[in-house]
Design a protein around this ligand. Structure first.
Ligand code: RP5
Length: 173
């Protein structure tokens, strides 16, 4: 069966191993929405739905997807399994869903053997947010609009720090 094309403006897949990962991965979708980057949310698991995962991975590029963000917890092999079956950039977000607080997922995501790269972000919400910003940086290589939004985002962060500094001065006097 042929996989359907993604809607025209959908260029990022945000993949999760479980719906329990959504509160963390929502940090990524918020950023993509702020940047006006079209995305799809995909629920698939390397161990619970291996065939579905393969079908997603092998069809992603052909459906028009440019970057894949993958959140998974525990023995988090999902990002690596997807990266093994596509040449698209895969960005992994280790989720803190077990008693090891994400250290298990971090090591599973970051310690890919040479040959199949997964760009690993930090554990949890910061990692999810940065995954979307990193996807935006990849996409900005060929897109002036996204590039301008990244510059504006960075300038806003600088101004926010400046404002906070001024608030500190006010409190002192
Ligand atoms: C992983 O197992 C998922 O990515 C999730 O972080 C973790 C627990 O999944 P659930 O048992 O909550 O569905 O595959």
């Amino acid at each position: 069966m042929k996989a359907k094309s993604a809607p025209k403006n959908v260029i990022v897949s945000v993949v999760m191993g479980s719906d329990s990962d959504l509160p963390v991965m929502a940090e990524a979708t918020k950023v993509l929405e702020d940047f006006g980057i079209g995305y799809e949310l995909v629920l698939t698991s390397a161990h619970r739905t291996p065939l579905r995962t393969t079908k997603f991975a092998v069809s992603a590029a052909g459906r028009g997807i440019k970057v894949i963000i993958v959140g998974a917890g525990a023995a988090a092999h999902l990002a690596g399994v997807i990266a093994a079956q596509t040449t698209l950039p895969v960005i992994g977000v280790p989720i803190d869903s077990t008693s090891l607080h994400g250290l298990d997922a971090l090591l599973s995501t970051v310690q890919m053997p040479g040959g199949v790269p997964v760009g690993s972000m930090a554990i949890g919400k910061s990692g999810a947010k940065n995954a979307a910003l990193f996807a935006a940086r990849i996409l900005a290589i060929g897109n002036k609009e996204i590039s301008a939004k990244l510059s504006a985002h960075r300038n806003k962060m600088s101004k926010d720090v400046q404002k906070k500094q001024e608030n500190l001065k006010c409190r002192k006097s």
